[in-house]
Design a binder for this molecule. Structure first.
Ligand SMILES: Cc1ncc(COP(=O)(O)O)c(C=O)c1O
Length: 456
């Protein structure tokens, strides 16, 4: 290419207004919400980086596909288009549509979890962990050591620690119903997993007779990193790499709110006929008939089209580069971020930036609140608030205290990102003034969603 600038491979077709707020309004809003950013009204937020889940902009062709939505209860043509688009990339025998990723997790772990069982991952995301633990099973995180060190550069920081997995399976294979690998690993920084690592996990699974299941929400971003970073992969197409990733697994869970570019949706896919039958029975109880799951026909259409768009290289080049643009600017400004920059988000190392706030006083929460108060930027704590509570009710510091700036797909412009860079730099310059928090009421599962905080 003759020019260096990697541009958005689209132009804006319809716009949503954003409301500018005053600092006084933001102080009032964050106090009203109990210092929990999930409790804010979205209308009080300027740049919403809470999540990249379901928040992306759909394309003209997705909106057009929605018009083809067929709402027949059973056997709708929209279901066939959806199932074909899924199988084109993930050729599993059974595709079970759900309304989002956690519904797929709930169904899968209801079938295979239970007391005494353990499920390794690299690591678990919050809903995966909660759904595993809800059944009484144990969620075990076995990411490589490099993946726990925010500033350490490594091309595949999402990789599973194969030695640790081998030791774990030697001791407990009998109680492991499946191994999960999350591509890319959201809670570890949006870091990719290499094909070589997946092959290694597969070999161990074969040796110990345990199935392997992908949590594949960000499969296209993972495939792009494989193409860029893994020796010998540069010339391959993204769909080809995706199919190789799928070939190592016996099944997958998916939130179509991420890389499939939907605002809602998900699926569970499996090769095992008997397990699929049990999961379908649970689907009918909790989600709906197997040809729509929890979705309308129009949602199935939007996801089917999204799956075609997300594997386009121009899109992925822009997507990964624009995330890196934010992360590299923060890194240059001396703000500690997880390196290398992940696919869907930039993760700030709040434990390091706010070294004066102890992990059990939630430095990530303190930083997230300050980013909102100063600049109306909504981010998400991924640290001790999210992961610090153990199944027995005790609390300990999470492996890292991160604040995630998750970037909705195809939604914000470069000048909006430049604004975020300024806000983060301003807050970082005043980091010493920030104080920690304590949690007031504390629900037993996924406490970060409903919890309220009080400043210390
Ligand atoms: C890695 C991973 N797995 C599962 C989920 C759950 O998906 P959903 O929000 O659609 O329930 C998420 C959501 O952020 C995720 O990032």
């Amino acid at each position: 290419m003759a020019f260096r600038t990697i541009i958005e491979p689209f132009r804006i077709h319809s716009v949503e207004p954003l409301r500018l707020t005053t600092e006084a309004e933001r102080r009032a809003a964050i106090t009203r919400s109990g210092y929990n950013l999930f409790a804010l009204d979205a209308g009080d937020v300027l740049i919403d980086f809470l999540t990249d889940s379901g928040t992306g902009a759909m394309s003209r062709d997705q909106w057009a596909a929605i018009q083809h939505g067929d709402e027949s209860y059973a056997g709708s043509p929209s279901w066939h288009r959806f199932a074909d688009a899924v199988r084109e990339l993930f050729p599993f025998r059974h595709v079970i549509p759900t309304h989002q990723g956690r519904a797929a997790e709930k169904i899968l772990f209801s079938a295979v979890g239970g007391p005494g069982r353990a499920i390794p991952n690299n690591p678990h995301f919050d809903t995966t962990r909660a759904n595993v633990e809800f059944t009484g099973a144990e969620a075990v995180d076995l990411v490589i050591e490099e993946g726990r060190r925010p500033q350490l550069e490594h091309p595949f920081k999402g990789n599973m620690d194969l030695e640790a997995l081998e030791r774990f399976l030697e001791e407990r294979a009998g109680s492991v119903p499946l191994v999960m690998v999350t591509i890319t690993n959201n809670s570890g920084g949006g870091q990719p997993v290499s094909l070589e690592n997946l092959r290694g996990v597969r070999e161990l699974c074969d040796r110990f007779g345990v199935p392997l299941c992908l949590d594949a929400c960000r499969f296209a971003e993972n495939a792009w990193f494989v193409k860029q970073r893994e020796p010998g992969q540069a010339e391959r197409s993204i769909p080809d790499i995706v199919r190789e990733m799928a070939s190592y697994a016996d099944g997958m869970t998916m939130s179509a709110k991420k890389d499939p570019l939907g605002n809602i949706g998900g699926w569970l896919a499996l090769d095992d006929d008997e397990l699929a039958e049990r999961c379908r029975t649970m689907l009918i109880l909790t989600e709906g008939f197997p040809t729509y799951g929890g979705l309308a026909g129009r949602d199935l259409e939007a996801v089917a089209q999204g799956l075609k768009e997300v594997v386009e290289e121009d899109y992925l080049r822009y997507r990964i580069r624009s995330t890196a643009y934010l992360g590299e600017a923060l890194d240059r400004a001396g703000i500690p971020v997880v390196l290398p920059i992940g696919g869907h988000a930039v993760f700030i190392d709040a434990r390091r930036l706010l070294g004066h706030i102890a992990p059990l006083e939630y430095p990530g929460q303190a930083l997230a609140v300050a980013l909102y108060r100063e600049g109306a930027v909504r981010s998400c704590e991924i640290g001790t608030v999210m992961f610090g509570r153990r199944a027995d009710g005790s609390e300990e510091p999470a492996a890292m205290d991160l604040v995630r700036l998750a970037i909705p797909r195809r939604t914000f412009t470069q000048s909006q990102i430049d604004y975020v860079i300024e806000v983060v730099a301003y807050v970082a310059a005043h980091a010493a003034e920030l104080r920690g928090f304590r949690i007031t009421p504390e629900p037993p599962q996924l406490r970060h969603f409903p919890a309220a905080f009080a400043p210390l």
